[in-house]
Design a protein around this ligand. Sequence first.
Ligand SMILES: Nc1ncnc2c1ncn2[C@@H]1O[C@H](COP(=O)(O)OP(=O)(O)OP(=O)(O)O)[C@@H](O)[C@H]1O
Ligand SMILES: [Mn+2]
Length: 269
Amino acid sequence: MNELRDLLADVVADADAVSLFSPNAAAFERFEDADIPVVVVGPENAVDAENFVELPIDFIDLEGRVRFGIEGALEKEFFEEGDEVVCVTDFLGGVGNTVARIETSDFSPSGVYDLFVNSRAEPGVVRDVFEVAIELGKKGQKGKPVGALFVVGDAGKVMNKSRPLSYNPFEKSHVHVGDPIVNVMLKEFSRLDGAFVISDAGKIVSAYRYLEPSAEGVDIPKGLGARHMAGGAISRDTNATAIVLSESDGLVRAFKGGEIVLEIDPEEY
Ligand SMILES: Nc1ncnc2c1ncn2[C@@H]1O[C@H](COP(=O)(O)OP(=O)(O)OP(=O)(O)O)[C@@H](O)[C@H]1O
Ligand SMILES: [Mn+2]
């Protein structure tokens, strides 16, 4: 099939860089003598690559994974703006079965890399909160859809821009996200109103907070209401990241600087 070989040759022609997603040793070795930059993207650097971008969550959709890898490699300056990058990745359970050409000049960053790496909160804390929100979105509470609002990082300022709706069950506790018992508590308390406030290091500072940030200049998609407005606005008014699970459409969204930087459907996760 020369036609197929030619087609693939066109896709990879004159690439400026190559990005290998979770390559095994054999796949990585093939690029040992490559004369263009080779960047490895994956949950861990199993092949000891010099240029490595760590995936903080298990993006199962191809676009999310590729975006994160490209945004990370640009930020770390493994690629240059304008480079044509060839990505080799896995799709639908295959291994190294997908080759995509990405023109970085046509690529507008979604901010997903920035969300994890440059948030005030530690990357692992952002990831853990994401995972709670996704799990909650998948299962709901006793089969019913639930919504939740998590405000992560810059907790002092967030506390100043909010007030309690009820007693704070985390008042004198020293519990952290990621701890299995805490995940159960977060899910239990999510039935009630308001927001969770979480510190940079992952300490749960409060539940039941009513947020009162200035909402000037914050735009949220039509159909979403006060919870999302509060999440967007607090992320603009402070250095916090807001992670919002919508009761009405079931999606998990992350807000940073007043903008949506990531949108995930828990059902597809
Ligand atoms: N300023 C706020 N601070 C904290 N929590 C809030 C705030 N405003 C609303 N909420 C919470 O969000 C819940 C849902 O409100 P609303 O339906 O207006 O939001 P929404 O953006 O449409 O979210 P959903 O998609 O989950 O319905 C409220 O019951 C309340 O618990
Ligand atoms: Mn609503």
